[in-house]
Design a protein around this ligand. Sequence first.
Ligand code: 3PG
Ligand code: CO
Length: 555
Amino acid sequence: TRRWELAAHRRLEKGKVVGVVVLDGWGEAAPDTFNCIHVADTPTLDALKKGGPERWRVIKAHGTAVGLPTDDDMGNSEVGHNALGAGQIYAQGAKLVDMALASGKIYEGEGFKYIQQSFENGTLHLIGLLSDGGVHSRIDQLQLLLKGASEHGAKRIRVHILTDGRDVLDGSSVKFVELIENDLAKLRDKGVDARIASGGGRMYVTMDRYENDWQVVKRGWDAQVLGEAPHKFQNALEAVKKLREDPKANDQYLPPFVIVDERGRPIGPIMDGDAVVTFNFRADRMVMLAKALEYESFDKFDRVRFPKIRYAGMLQYDGELKLPSHFLVAPPEIERTSGEYLARNGIRTYACSETVKFGHVTFFWNGNRSGYFHPNLEKYEEIPSDIGIPFNEQPKMKAVEIAKKTRDAILSRKFDQVRVNIANGDMVGHTGDIEATIVGCKAADEAVKIVLDAIEQVGGIFVVTADHGNAEDMVKRDKSGKPLRDKDGNVQPLTSHTLNPVPIAIGGPGLQPGVRFRSDLPSAGLANVAATVMNLHGFEAPDHYEPTLIEVVDK
Ligand code: 3PG
Ligand code: CO
């Protein structure tokens, strides 16, 4: 058994305030007109880069470096913050589900056996994001699950789709619906009554996060459970195509719809005796629906009807809450995170972000664990996000507010570590609005300056990094890297994350002379940051952590 006590670092002192800034969606890429970070005025980050290789470098933030199935998988905030906080690389949900489907073990687990009991007399409902983005879900996993569930006894299946356009190109919803409709037709040929029953755009229907806006979940509930929505169609392909005809429509924000029969009745409301699976593997945007589906007592919105169902998540979304209580695949057991080590070694921590990213620097950072390790030593502060306004219309978001709270926390001298997530590059980047993203990147840079100035005042140390790329590349490119243009010369905005590495910079008056980035870890990634931060707090990192990025040389 490993000890929790961390050894004192041989060369680095304890007692310095360490500011850890995570710029969300802030990758490193060559200068380009579609690189919003390059185009934006970002003097603070530019100055850090000028610190040279001893103080600035890039680290990997995608693919196998963060526990995703392949190096074609872009990074995301869940796996990114998991790696940053845990200091170790864990096989992530996407990969664990792949393995369980490939081996067939998914059908032997407790979760599947549980929902299977409803197959005889009830309908199996599958709710989730219809996308090959690989961030929250993957359509090929849904396809395998549809096939497997029917082979394991499901006779009536209803799929409730959420269109993406955020982790994938806008408009790709149409091809994904065609793909699933095709599979469902094949199942019908085999005598399984399988259909899409409802849908809506992920940002407007169901996939809210961190309890930002329960109305989003309610809109989904009404369509999926009650069979009620403002739009009714005979099939999902028609629904998506028609709803997209509105010039302002996009996949992320499609309004909710239900599929109805010839007499106008919904074909797939969720009823007593049914089974439900939410097939997203990622937690943050599914846990709210999981609560609505599972909790007997619930006051976030009027459910009208609370069907007696057998419900399982693709994964368990919250290990502390044990929610949902049934799941098809066991989530990664992320243990011995840096947050827990540091709390057990007396480090006082302050963490802050605005609502839409708050769980990233707390829940994800701490290995998908909610709450404090040591309430007396920790304070997590959430700045409420503005709801109902698209982020390209509020590109500055709460960056300055977060930075000012953080500055106050630093100057209070009550904390040894302050940790923030500044979300503009990501949240505005996901809108695909290039002008707005440039404004957002500038605001993020200003926020970083506020934090670094406070670190300067208290003689502290800073670590500025990011969780994955987004704003540094805002256009769909061909294989050679040239922006793809349509016949009118227009480019397709890239709303998703990227495969790019992210910067990491260290500095501040508290950084001892002789501390520099090692040059022997060229392919280091986000998981190497935790050991680095532990060192800066004056501790050696545990042996099983990915190696530190820094060394101390005599000066
Ligand atoms: C989202 O959930 O907003 C996107 O799918 C991924 O963004 P994030 O990983 O930066 O949260
Ligand atoms: Co993002």
